[in-house]
Design a protein. Structure first.
Length: 515
């Protein structure tokens, strides 16, 4: 328990800052009491200045108490920041609750009060106010009784990891409940959290009183932040060391799977989910898609030893009663957090199943971007030949400045779309990709027009690659070599793209269906 003792020592140092601040706040009031008592008992002599001093000290004491009271009120009302999560009650995941309870019993720490999922590759403990009756449901003999500890688990872990791997991965996290149940550590955390809240309150609505409040809170934070950081490091080190007694060998394998899961999750979000989100659709089975993406990644790069054997073991999502419903809820939350999507299914956007993704997302993307390109090109084509490849390619090559003007127009449209999304969803949005340059947008739109022509005239079809996103297939073979010829076209050389189109049997004189 040396780590806990070290953390407690740092917590006591933080609490000493709180005590010192309280003492300083009370000092003027105490001085005023001394002066007033001295005047009332005639122990200060008959000097008339004592009356003036009494009034002055009393005023300062009252002001100090008012400021201290305001700071104390903010600290008392402060609540931990609540991360957006998908809650899981015991009825929805009885096996998962049982696994976590047995893990806490084995580690001899309090079990988390509740479990929730986050649509990300991370897991942590979060303080939450307990639901009514939660305290009565706690196990006898456990310390605590204050705010409950919510165990937040990354949803991709449940679908990709096996049950034993998940237990090994969560052991250090669950160990952290021991520190959360310690009264000194809990009090220090509440104090620091309250100071953060006070700084935020002062910043949100500046004013004379709140300005003073903010300065005091920042001063106290500077005095105790280092100690608080040391406390958290000691807690994390102890939790990790304490958890080594549980499935130590599996923890190494589990950490390897964390890296693999994060790689597949990142590719799935940026290359598969993001195109759908931009179209106002949200894939409803993202976590199931993680499994497909990681299976493909392992197959291509041979990243997983004994991969087939591992997949034969029980997946952690089997610990849920209705994994499909949970996946759907996590997928909707991912759209909201990473792209400013809808908060509820009924608002604006519609879900899409993986089986419908090529037709409803990929083909629609190509048609929409092809239409945007034609609009950005503006008038200038012969009548009846506006939606054809011959006309578009010829205009881009014959007019050297046209490509730059079109790129600017596409950039302006993309900027407007980003602003509209930010206005629609006021909460924080994680940008998965930086803003694309005008050149990148132009290349993307030209490629979309080409893909539409391949589908319309050469027997191509839209498809989905789990790692690369929207893909073009011709006669069952994926076309991967379109990017180079498109870039050469934008540099003024249309011959490579013309050759590519001829090799695939594309009719460049036929109109392309636009979205």
């Amino acid at each position: 328990m040396a780590g806990i003792e070290q953390a407690r020592a740092q917590a006591l140092a933080v609490l000493r800052v709180r005590g010192l601040a309280l003492g300083v706040a009370c000092l003027p009031a105490a001085a005023a009491v001394v002066v007033l008592v001295g005047l009332l008992t005639d122990r200060l002599g008959g000097w008339v200045g004592w009356a003036v001093a009494a009034w002055a000290v009393s005023a300062v004491g009252v002001l100090a108490l008012l400021v201290a009271g305001a700071v104390g009120l903010v600290l008392w009302r402060a609540r931990p920041a609540s991360s957006p999560v998908v809650p899981l009650d015991a009825a929805a995941a009885p096996d998962l609750y049982r696994l976590i309870g047995e893990l806490a019993e084995r580690l001899e720490v309090p079990a988390p009060t509740a479990i929730a999922l986050t649509p990300d590759c991370d897991s942590w403990l979060e303080e939450r106010q307990p639901a009514p009756g939660a305290r009565r449901a706690a196990r006898p003999g456990r310390r605590g009784g204050g705010p409950g500890q919510l165990l937040v688990i990354g949803s991709p872990f449940l679908w990709w990891m096996r049950v034993a791997e998940l237990r090994a991965l969560l052991a250090p996290v669950v160990s952290g409940t021991a520190a959360a149940a310690d009264p000194d550590i809990a009090a220090a955390r509440r104090f620091v959290r309250g100071l953060d809240a006070a700084v935020a309150v002062a910043a949100e609505a500046p004013g004379p009183v709140r300005s003073v409040l903010g300065r005091i809170a920042r001063l106290l934070l500077r005095a105790c932040r280092g100690r608080a950081a040391e406390m958290e490091r000691a807690v994390a080190a102890w939790a990790s060391e304490h958890a080594q007694s549980v499935d130590f060998g599996l923890r190494v394998a589990a950490q390897q799977q964390v890296g693999l899961a994060y790689a597949g999750w990142d590719r799935l979000l940026t290359r598969v989910a993001l195109p759908a989100w931009r179209m106002g659709r949200w894939p409803s089975r993202l976590d199931a898609g993680v499994v497909s993406a990681l299976t493909e990644l392992s197959r291509r790069d041979r990243l997983a030893e004994g991969f087939e054997t591992r997949l034969g073991e029980r997946p952690a999502c089997d610990l849920l009663e209705r994994p499909g419903d949970v996946d759907r809820a996590a997928s909707l939350l991912a759209a909201r957090l990473f792209h400013g999507g809808p908060e509820q299914e009924e608002v604006g956007w519609s879900p899409v199943e993986w089986s419908a993704y090529p037709e409803e997302i990929v083909d629609r993307i190509w048609r929409t971007e092809a239409a945007e390109l034609v609009i950005a090109l503006g008038p200038g084509a012969p009548p009846g030949r506006e939606a054809t490849l011959d006309t578009v390619l010829g205009r881009l090559v014959d007019d050297p400045g046209l490509a730059e003007r079109v790129a600017d127009a596409l950039t302006a449209a993309d900027t407007r779309a980003r602003a509209h999304r930010a206005a629609r969803w006021p909460g924080p949005v994680v940008e998965l990709q930086p803003a694309r340059t005008g050149r990148e947008l132009l290349a993307e739109h030209v490629a979309a027009l080409v893909c539409g022509a391949v589908v319309d005239t050469a027997g191509g079809r839209p498809g989905l690659d789990w790692l690369d996103g929207p893909a073009l297939f011709v006669h069952g073979t994926r076309c991967k070599d379109l990017g180079g010829p498109v870039q050469q076209l934008l540099e003024g050389d249309e011959a490579p793209l013309r050759g590519w189109l001829g090799a695939h049997g594309v009719r460049t004189d036929k109109p392309v269906r636009l979205g």
